[in-house]
Design a protein around this ligand. Structure first.
Ligand code: SF4
Length: 368
C-alpha cells in the first residue's frame, strides 16, 4: 500500500539496525514520547531486534492515559445528568474513574455518544437546543486545534447549549519534567511527529540546548522509528544534542500557522495535573477568558479535581519510563483490558495495553 509499504521495508529496516549496531559503543536509553510510537515499537518488535546496548523507554504521550482521575470523575458526574448529551471520542469510554467509567454511566441510561469529530458534537447541540451538549476535549497539541475550532464555531453559530470539558496537555513541559527528574534515565528523545506538524520544531530547541539531550522528531512507521533511533544514537555518540527533523514529509519548522492561530484565540496556557505524574507547571491549556461561557466545569459546577490514584496502579512510573508495564505486579493478572486498573491498560495508545496486546505476557500468570 503506497505511503505505508515503503516505510515497512524489511531490507531497509535491517540496514538501519546494522547502522545503529555499527555506531553504538556504550549503553543509551532513548524515550519515545508518543503512545502511538510505543504501539508501533511493540507491535513490530523493534525493541527486541535492536542492539542490546539501546534501551527504549516508553513516555507520557498517551492523552487518554494522562487525563487525571478527577477530570474523569467530573465527566462521569456531568454525563449522568438527565439534561446532558455527553459526547466523546470512543477511547475515553473505558477509562476507569474512581467508581465506574462512561460505558457504565451510559448503560444506566445516560445519553453518552461517541463522535468522530468535535464538530459533530456542535451539530448535536444545534439539533438539540433543549439539551446541554458537552464534548470531552482531551489530548495533546494534535487534537486541540479541532476542539478549539468547535468552540469557535459554536460561538459563531450562537449556540449557548454547547460546552467543552477541557483537559488539554502539552508535550514540551512533560519532556522537561522528565529530563529534570532525578530518577530520569533518558539520554535522548524521539519526539512525536504529529504534535510537531501542528506546533513546528522550535519549541524543542531550548530543551535540547539547555538539557543537553538530542530530540529527534519521528513518525510512526517502523522505518520512521528506526531512522529516529539511528539519528539519536549518532548524536549521542558524537556528543551532540540538537533537534533533528526525521519526519520532513509531515513536519515543517514553523508548523501549522492556522491551527496555532485558532489555539491562541480559544485557549490559554495553565498548570495541569497529569494522571499518575502530578502537576506540571504551564503544561496545559484551558479556555481563554472570552470563551469561559463554553467551559463545562463552570457550567456544571465541577472542577475540584484532586482525586487520589489507586495505589496498586503504577501507571505514573510507566508513563515516565521508570518501569516497563510488565514490571507492574498487577499486569495481566489483576489488570487486563477487560478489567483495567489504570488508563494505560485501556487506551489505544497506552503502554500497558500495547504489552498486553502484543505478546508480552511471557511469564505472567494471566487472568482469563
Ligand atoms: S498494568 Fe494496570 S495496574 Fe499496572 S501500571 Fe498498567 S494500568 Fe496500572
Amino acid at each position: 500500500m503506497k505511503y505505508l509499504d515503503e516505510f515497512r521495508d524489511p531490507e531497509l529496516a535491517r540496514s538501519l539496525l546494522a547502522e545503529v549496531e555499527a555506531t553504538v559503543t556504550r549503553p543509551w536509553s532513548i524515550m519515545e514520547v508518543c503512545g502511538g510510537q510505543t504501539h508501533s515499537i511493540i507491535r513490530n518488535g523493534i525493541d527486541q531486534v535492536l542492539d542490546d546496548r539501546i534501551t527504549l523507554l516508553h513516555g507520557p504521550g498517551c492523552p487518554v492515559c494522562v487525563t487525571p482521575l478527577g477530570i474523569i470523575d467530573s465527566a462521569l458526574e456531568i454525563a449522568a445528568r438527565p439534561e446532558v448529551v455527553f459526547c466523546s471520542f470512543g477511547d475515553m469510554l473505558r477509562v476507569p474513574g474512581s467508581d465506574c467509567d462512561l460505558f457504565s454511566v451510559k448503560a444506566r441510561g445516560a445519553d453518552v455518544r461517541v463522535v468522530y469529530s468535535p464538530l459533530d458534537a456542535v451539530q448535536v447541540a444545534a439539533d438539540n437546543p433543549d439539551r446541554e451538549v458537552v464534548f470531552f476535549a482531551v489530548g495533546f497539541e494534535t487534537t486541540a486545534p479541532a476542539n478549539a475550532m468547535s468552540v469557535h464555531m459554536a460561538r459563531k453559530r450562537g449556540l449557548t447549549n454547547y460546552t467543552v470539558l477541557v483537559s488539554h496537555v502539552l508535550v514540551p513541559p512533560a519532556i522537561e519534567a522528565i529530563v529534570e527528574s532525578e530518577a530520569s534515565r533518558v539520554d535522548g528523545f524521539l519526539a512525536a511527529g504529529h504534535v510537531c506538524s501542528v506546533m513546528g520544531t522550535g519549541q524543542y530547541e531550548p530543551l535540547a540546548e539547555e538539557h543537553g539531550v538530542p530530540v529527534v522528531i519521528t513518525g510512526f512507521e517502523p522505518l520512521d522509528i528506526l531512522d529516529g533511533i539511528r539519528r539519536t544514537v549518532a548524536q549521542l555518540e558524537a556528543g551532540e544534542a540538537r533537534v533533528e527533523n526525521a519526519y520532513p514529509r509531515v513536519v515543517t519548522s514553523q508548523g501549522n500557522q492556522s491551527a496555532q492561530d485558532m489555539l491562541a484565540e480559544v485557549f490559554t496556557e495553565c498548570d495541569r495535573s497529569w494522571r499518575g505524574i502530578g502537576e506540571i507547571p504551564s503544561s496545559g491549556w484551558r479556555l481563554a477568558d472570552e470563551y469561559r461561557a463554553f467551559d463545562a466545569e463552570l457550567r456544571f459546577g465541577v472542577g475540584d479535581t484532586a482525586v487520589p490514584e489507586p495505589e496498586r496502579c503504577r501507571s505514573g512510573e510507566v508513563l515516565q519510563g521508570l518501569i516497563r508495564p510488565d514490571e507492574c505486579e498487577a499486569f495481566g493478572r489483576d489488570c487486563t483490558p477487560r478489567s483495567p486498573l489504570g488508563a494505560t491498560m485501556v487506551s489505544s495508545e497506552g503502554a500497558c495495553a500495547a504489552y498486553h496486546q502484543y505478546r508480552r505476557l511471557d511469564g505472567v500468570a494471566v487472568s482469563p
